[in-house]
Ligand binder design. Sequence first.
Ligand SMILES: Nc1ncnc2c1ncn2[C@@H]1O[C@H](COP(=O)(O)OP(=O)(O)O)[C@@H](O)[C@H]1O
Ligand SMILES: [Mg+2]
Length: 261
Amino acid sequence: MTAPKVQLSLRGIRKSFPGKAGPVPVLDGLTFDIYERDFVSIIGPSGCGKTTVFNVIAGLLEPDGGTMMFRGEIVPGLRGRVGYMMQKDLLFPWRTVLQNVMLGLEMKGVAQGEALDTAREYLSTFGLSGFENAYPKTLSGGMRQRTALIRTLIMDPDILLLDEPFSALDYQTRLYLEGVLLDAVETFNKTVVLVTHDIDEAVALSKRVVVLGNRPTKVKAVHDIGLDARSPVGARSDPRFAEYFHTLCGELDIQTRARAA
Ligand SMILES: Nc1ncnc2c1ncn2[C@@H]1O[C@H](COP(=O)(O)OP(=O)(O)O)[C@@H](O)[C@H]1O
Ligand SMILES: [Mg+2]
């Protein structure tokens, strides 16, 4: 097997924020690689700096130190190359589903007819045909997240950064949307970096999982996930699933002993 090609590489990324008693270090020399067509999940304790890493990768925040390389070239950030989907769907309430989905294409100057065709195709792939003229507030949480996901994918970014995209959804909707995401990634050949606090989501979806420690955070471990199942439910049914789950819980210091009766 040939070695995977590195697409994005972070080396010693540091970032502090100003605090009352001086700078508060958040990222303490983060080093990891993302491969071409990778699916990497980043897990770590709340407040350890996961969203901060995304903001640095997206070029919205300048790191205090360290380097970032994209396909072998040092870059300050991946502004314009990433599709960034935040935890909150951030759809414009005054725009319909179709108008929300087309926004990026309009800003890019894509001709109206072409943008419309592309948008309709995505909406149909994601099971949203018939909802073109609906406003976000009339949709379920799952439909809103699908609309937000299309808005991110339609710009054809090199890398998708998804920050806890499914955390506010009920379990069944989440399973369904995880499947939609896996299919979309396969169809559109995307590299995905997913932040999630849900260990079982990380194991079920990822090729690799990066575990971050407490703030100031470093990479604690990187795990290859060798499940062959290509569906979120299938992955959870694989006997090795429990093993990965257990290992990751241990690394996050989650108590795995049964409570005393
Ligand atoms: N713009 C900012 N200014 C000051 N502090 C920030 C800023 N962004 C994040 N932080 C702090 O950095 C730490 C990590 O935040 P964040 O990256 O959002 O964590 P996570 O996404 O892992 O929960 C938190 O303590 C947060 O308060
Ligand atoms: Mg966060």
